[in-house]
Structure formats: structure tokens, C-alpha cells
Design a protein around this ligand. Sequence first.
Ligand SMILES: NC(=O)c1ccc[n+]([C@@H]2O[C@H](COP(=O)([O-])OP(=O)(O)OC[C@H]3O[C@@H](n4cnc5c(N)ncnc54)[C@H](O)[C@@H]3O)[C@@H](O)[C@H]2O)c1
Length: 247
Amino acid sequence: MKIFLIGINGKMGRAICECAEREGIEVAGGIDVVPGVKYPVFKTADEVNVDFDVIIDFSRPSTLDEVIKLAVSRNVPAVMATTGYTDDELKKIKALSEKVAVFRSANMSLGVNVVESVLPALAAALKGFDIEIVEAHHNRKVDAPSGTALQMLEAVKTGLDYTPNIVNGRSGSCKREKGDIGVHALRGGTIVGEHTVMFIGEDEIVEIKHTALSRNIFAEGAIKAASYIIGKAAGMYDMTDYISSMK
Ligand SMILES: NC(=O)c1ccc[n+]([C@@H]2O[C@H](COP(=O)([O-])OP(=O)(O)OC[C@H]3O[C@@H](n4cnc5c(N)ncnc54)[C@H](O)[C@@H]3O)[C@@H](O)[C@H]2O)c1
């Protein structure tokens, strides 16, 4: 498998290069606005002159048009791990998936995806409990709340028999109302990623927490996703599909 990395010189791009080297996977090059890795780095899709089997994107939503151009012109699948897309950008990704296979997950780690798979059952069983989601990341993260927190929120919502009102942080006069779900983002230092979903009842709290201790878990997950998606028909795929394929 030969991979092509969008955002190759970023924190995740470099983590994937290291992971690929450890696993003997070839990195054909990547797109970035800055050089810095030993592989060929291009600024736009039109400049790319290397062959590859799959694109892995850990960059910014602003690269989306280049990712789409490259995936369509080379007819290769894309693993899309970037977070912070607008609804219009998500529609563009959906349209791309009608042409090539697209694997999208805001969190490529096995642990987070297993957590997400149990959240609907917890939300359904813990009736009447107040729900709060707290996430923490390093001080350079640009989007908030994190894509993973939003994915966890969606998983919780599928277990509820009501439509919650989402409260992003609190300040001033803002008493909690029944049916609110608070979502809170902490930022500081070098935190790789922490996500806690709290179900808070009368005199008891159930907390489910995932802590990422290094970026390797995302890099390894993205490489597994890349090898899973090669040869798949056009369509949207995610970690649930990959985990099911392992059973
Ligand atoms: N899905 C997951 O498991 C997962 C895990 C970690 C991070 N992420 C997401 O991946 C993305 C990247 O994270 P990171 O920590 O590596 O960030 P980063 O800032 O370290 O790296 C982003 C890279 O993209 C490049 N870039 C930005 N705009 C560009 C443009 N217009 N054209 C070309 N290159 C451009 C930057 O130069 C940089 O090298 C973020 O959206 C983050 O939330 C997802």
C-alpha cells in the first residue's frame, strides 16, 4: 500500500510517517503549505506527480477542495480525519463519496469508537440522568468542541427518547434545564485528547472516559482504515464498518 498524506508536515502527518516507517508502508508524498519531511511535498493537487493507492487527510477544512480534486482525478479512496467541517463542506464530502470510497471518522482510535458504541445503551438505560460532555485538548487546537465530542454527542442522542438542547459552555445566569446536554471544551499544554461523558443522577454519577496518551492511536487507526478502504466501492465508511469487518 502506498499512501499520500494531506497535511503531511502537521503533528498527525508526521505521526503517520513514523507509523508507516515502523510498519513498512510506503509514503508516496503529501500536500502541505510548509515542507519539513523527507517525502515529496506539493502545495496543490495539480502539482502532484507521484502514484499512490489511498489518500489520508489530517489537515484543515480549507484543504477539502484539493483533497476532492486529487481523489477524483486519481480515482483513489480517501481517509478523511480532519475535523471542524461546516455543513456545506460535509455535503461536499458526501458528494465525493458518490464517486470514490470515503472513510470518515473524527477519531480513528479503537477505544473511542468502542466507547461510542456503548453510549446509546447507557443513555437509554440511565433515564432521567443529566448528561454533560467534557473534552480537553492541547493549546493549538483550532476547533471546539472537538469532532470526537460531537461524535459522542450524536451517539448519546440516538439512545434518548427526547431531543436534547445542546449548551456549549455556561456563563452568567444559565440554570440547567431538564433535557439540556452541556458540552465543554478545555484547552491547554500538550493534552493529546481527553473525552468524558457524564451521566449525573440523584446521588450517583456514571462517567465514561477515554484518554489518548499519544497520537499513535490515531495514526495506526488511519493506516488500518486506509488498508480497509482500498478496493471498496464508492460510498461512506467509518470505524463501525472497520470494527464489524474484524469480527
Ligand atoms: N480523526 C482523528 O482521529 C484525528 C486525530 C487527531 C487530529 N485530528 C484532526 O486532524 C487535523 C490535523 O491535526 P494536527 O494536530 O495534525 O494539526 P496540525 O496543525 O499539526 O497539522 C495540520 C497540517 O495541515 C497543513 N495545512 C493547513 N492548511 C493547509 C492548506 N490549505 N493546504 C495544505 N496544507 C495545509 C498545515 O501546514 C499543517 O502541517 C485537525 O483537524 C484535527 O482535529 C483528527
